[in-house]
Ligand binder design. Structure first.
Ligand code: CP3
Length: 342
């Protein structure tokens, strides 16, 4: 088996730097669009056979060192009682917005085996089909980012409703975070029992908060999730989309790997968090639009900076863009394997 990715997560020696790509299954792949012409996004997520099929597409085409389950961080919110739709161009739309105590009280903490069985089935199908070719990563959103979508009812620019709930009803916000923490721990535990070999926890929007507020009102819930999951014996990767000013807080996270967005040079991130962490990242997704020689030079620069960290897993600094040429993505993976050789 190609276990480079898991070895790197655990700081064991590797022959070269492992690489995978956030959103590696998705709209830039013609074979994904072919599946999407016949099925909408949620149907793909909820049909284990289809979810498994698209998960494997980038593994076959790009030669990445890990597969990531095809799903979405918002899938469990539906099981909690919030209606979920994905609209073309608009993205996710979630019910009326969970904006007061009674709406928080109405949320369920679902039993993942009963209400998210399709995700667990997809994991089981994938472990069989991957036959240990590469490891399978499971994932979930973290309470704050899930709360932001639930409160706002979708994507937001200013997070006004979330900020006012945090300011005006501290108890309701804390109770929402508590429920999401419990739901997330149960969901990730079920993914690991079904066969996920590592998990990535996404807190995309944590960077909208000041570090002190993040530390007091979000970080403790993230720690609860991370500790519970780590207790199950798989590596945990933390991602936030704008991590620079949070690094002094994130350096105390009980996780193995910190995924760094493209705004922070990887060696600077390493200096901020110390050698304890393996860092993941962090090529800007736009670099894949550059001529091949420039793309390789940019990858080489990141590999050089990554040598200053406690360990390095190559990735983009955020999800791959839908206009990316799949050939560029394959060229990147090959370049990382070549240039990252030990
Ligand atoms: O990385 C992977 O390949 C695994 C699958 C995955 C998806 N979303 C598939 C997806 C993962 C890990 C996610 C995480 C996710 N989803 C995050 C956290 C990471 C990040 O990007 O910051 C967030 C915030 C979401 C919420 C979400 N899902 C939004 C805002 C949107 C609409 C915007 C967009 O990119 O289209 C989605 C839809 C979505 N999730 C798509 C895919 C492939 C596109 C759906 C389509 O086929 O039309």
């Amino acid at each position: 088996m190609n276990d480079r990715f898991l070895r790197a997560c655990r700081k064991q020696p590797v022959d070269t730097v492992p690489v995978w790509i956030m959103r590696q299954a998705g709209r830039y792949l013609p074979e994904y669009m072919e599946v999407r012409r016949q099925h909408d996004f949620l149907t793909v997520c909820k049909t284990p056979e289809l979810a498994a099929q698209v998960t494997l597409q980038p593994v076959d085409r790009l030669g990445v060192d890990a597969a990531i389950l095809f799903s979405d961080i918002l899938i469990p919110v539906e099981a909690m009682g919030v209606p979920l739709q994905f609209l073309e161009k608009k993205g996710p739309v979630l019910g009326q917005g969970v904006r007061d105590r009674s709406a928080v009280e109405a949320l369920r903490v679902p039993d993942p085996v009963r209400s998210l069985g399709f995700v667990l089935d997809a994991i089981r199908v994938l472990r069989k089909r991957l036959a240990d070719k590469v490891p399978l990563i499971g994932f979930s959103g973290l309470p704050f980012t899930l709360a932001s979508y639930m409160v706002e009812g979708g994507k937001s620019k200013d997070f006004a409703a979330l900020r006012s709930l945090m300011k005006d009803d501290r108890k309701a916000f804390a109770s929402l975070m508590d429920k999401l923490t419990e739901a997330t721990i149960a969901y990730l535990g079920a993914q690991i029992s079904a066969g996920a070999q590592a998990v990535q926890i996404f807190d995309t929007w944590a960077g909208i908060l000041e570090p002190a507020e993040y530390q007091a009102r979000v970080f403790p819930y993230t720690c609860r999730v991370a500790e519970a999951v780590r207790g199950k014996g798989v590596p945990v990767i933390h991602f936030t989309e704008s991590c620079a000013k949070l690094l002094p807080v994130l350096k105390d996270l009980p996780v193995d790997v910190l995924s760094i967005d493209w705004r922070v040079p990887l060696d600077q991130a390493a200096a901020a968090v110390g050698p304890k962490f393996v860092l993941q990242g962090n090529l800007a997704p736009e670099a894949l639009f550059r001529p091949r020689a420039e793309l390789e030079a940019a990858a080489g620069d990141i590999l050089a900076r990554g040598r200053k960290a406690g360990g390095h897993i190559f990735n983009l600094g955020h999800g791959i863009l839908p206009k990316t040429d799949p050939e560029a993505a394959a060229a990147l993976v090959a370049a990382v394997h070549r240039l990252g050789r030990k």
